[in-house]
Design a protein around this ligand. Structure first.
Ligand code: E4P
Ligand code: PEP
Length: 342
């Protein structure tokens, strides 16, 4: 932390800051410039926060140098992490050496629709499946998901295909039942800042896929990950899924630059959801190619055997030629950026 004194700060003002910092066990290094004095603080940042240094006479600004997140920060953990998802023998890695292709229906609608969608995903090269049993809908009148029945369908499709499953949990009261059926718990964009839910999944004993809130900054997103990590769970994968901007051509704007930025700040893996970002199927393949090129650790994509009948997000679901193009991109491009298939 650095304290920047105002040009008219007196020696007493400087000494007051030094005394306060040393009183809480910190060290203060004073550097006098021609017009300004700056004081570098070394020690426990949380104890410095309690000093309210900004309110002292002669203090112009207080700037933080280290990240406010700790457990998920690369400053404290320089090596990028790999998160393993699935039961022993079926585990899939998500991390810096591989490219992980996850696909499946947006929502679990029936056993047959889910199996068909996941078989399509597997044929396209997906190694993990997705599917929502609890759907966070804008309208309370829209399809909300099959709940526990949907979780049972996901578990039976995993049984049939051997693919680990990621599914969303929207309520802290459902964390235990979702963790019982799924291999990875998803926190959706709408719940990224639901701190009670984050703490609950942090204690569930399963890896977590944490989507970026559609109005969240990167720092807020990493602080949300810190909530999960703080409860003892460092198996967190981040997912960039678009942010809300003024541009109406897509449902959300995929913030592709977030991928390398997050990778420079955090050791956690980061994947991209082009389906929920774009909201339309024609953009899913180009955005997936962009995700691979920018260094994402994987993609998560919606597929549906009959998008016109989908109960949620049909316009963004892939099938047929689009899914074959995605399969080709996911097969051919990752090796060109030094990745092997997960
Ligand atoms: C999808 O998985 C979400 O539930 C969906 O994007 C919600 O959007 P909507 O309820 O506005 O259709
Ligand atoms: C989803 O993946 O099913 C979903 C609801 O995504 P998001 O939270 O990104 O909208």
């Amino acid at each position: 932390m650095v304290v920047v004194m105002t040009p008219d700060a007196t020696d007493e003002d400087v000494q007051r800051v030094v005394d306060k910092v040393t009183a809480v066990g910190g060290e203060a290094f004073v550097s006098k410039g021609l017009t300004r004095t700056i004081i570098g603080l070394v020690g426990d940042i949380d104890s410095f926060h309690g000093l309210n240094l900004r309110t002292l006479p002669g203090v112009g600004d207080v700037q933080r140098i280290s990240d406010p997140f700790k457990l998920v920060s690369r400053q404290h953990h320089p090596e990028r992490s790999t998160v393993w998802v699935g039961a022993p023998g079926q585990q899939v890695p998500i991390g810096p050496d591989t490219f992980t292709f996850i696909a499946g229906p947006c929502a679990v609608e029936s056993a047959q629709q889910t199996l068909e969608a996941v078989e399509m995903a597997r044929a396209a090269g997906a190694v993990m499946m997705r599917g929502g049993a609890y759907k966070p809908r804008t309208s309370p009148y829209a399809f909300q998901g099959l709940g526990v029945k949907g979780l049972e369908i996901l578990a039976s499709v995993r049984e049939a295909t051997g693919m680990p499953v990621v599914t969303e949990v929207v309520d802290a009261r459902d964390v235990a039942v979702v963790a019982e059926h799924a291999d990875m718990l998803q926190i959706g964009t709408r719940n990224m800042a639901n701190f009670g839910l984050l703490q609950a999944v942090g204690q569930a004993g399963k890896p977590v896929l944490l989507k970026r809130g559609m109005t969240a900054t990167i720092e807020e997103w990493l602080m949300a990950a810190e909530y999960i990590a703080q409860r003892g769970n460092l198996d967190v994968v981040l997912c960039e899924r678009g942010i809300r901007t003024f541009e109406p051509a897509t449902r959300n704007t995929l913030d592709i630059s977030a991928v390398p930025i997050v990778q420079s700040k955090s050791h956690l893996p980061v994947i991209v959801d082009p389906s929920h970002a774009a909201g339309v199927k024609d953009l899913v393949v180009p955005l997936s190619r962009a995700a691979i090129a920018v260094g994402a650790d994987g993609v998560i994509v919606d597929v549906h055997p009959h998008p016109e009948e989908a109960l949620c997000d049909g316009p963004q679901a892939l099938l047929g030629a689009d899914l074959r193009s995605l399969a080709q991109a996911v097969r051919q491009l990752p090796p060109t950026v030094g990745r092997v298939d997960a």
